[in-house]
Design a protein around this ligand. Structure first.
Ligand code: ZN
Length: 139
């Protein structure tokens, strides 16, 4: 957990998203016209092209859609973390996020596991990641 990990690139479309993660909140964009929920911050709705966008808090839970275990780091700064998990999570609200699964048992993840959001300090920012949310003990 040392080194200079890349920090998020913040632009006009994503500044609300990254401001929320600094408060350990995961937010989704909602279209005020058609109600479509979306995760990648952008200035128009990908479903109806409306620019009438709002933000809403996600509950921070989801299920593992797919994952990969990385054994060879793409950048030297991630080398000490290998092996680590990159995953696609289907959030409770519907949108899918690419993220890491971290914490106890992360390498034993299976598709369909329930997960909950946590946040990694990354310089001035916080990056959403997920932990397994298995109910008490056993495997
Ligand atoms: Zn829309």
């Amino acid at each position: 957990m040392t080194g200079q990990r890349p920090e998020p690139f913040v632009n006009a479309d994503s500044e609300v998203y990254w401001a929320a993660t600094k408060e350990s909140r995961l937010v989704l964009q909602e279209c005020a016209d058609c109600g479509h929920l979306d995760l990648m911050p952008r200035h128009v709705c990908p479903k109806c092209w409306s620019a009438n966008r709002t933000w809403t808090d996600a509950v921070g839970t989801g299920t593992v859609h797919s994952f990969s275990i990385v054994h060879r780091a793409p950048l030297p700064v991630f080398r000490e973390d290998c092996p680590y998990v990159v995953a696609l999570i289907d959030l409770a609200e519907g949108p899918r996020i690419m993220t890491n699964i971290v914490g106890d048992g992360a390498l034993e993840v299976v598709i369909g596991d329930r997960v909950e959001v946590c946040f990694e300090d990354r310089g001035e920012a916080k990056v959403p990641q997920f932990r397994l949310a298995r109910a008490g003990g056993g495997s």
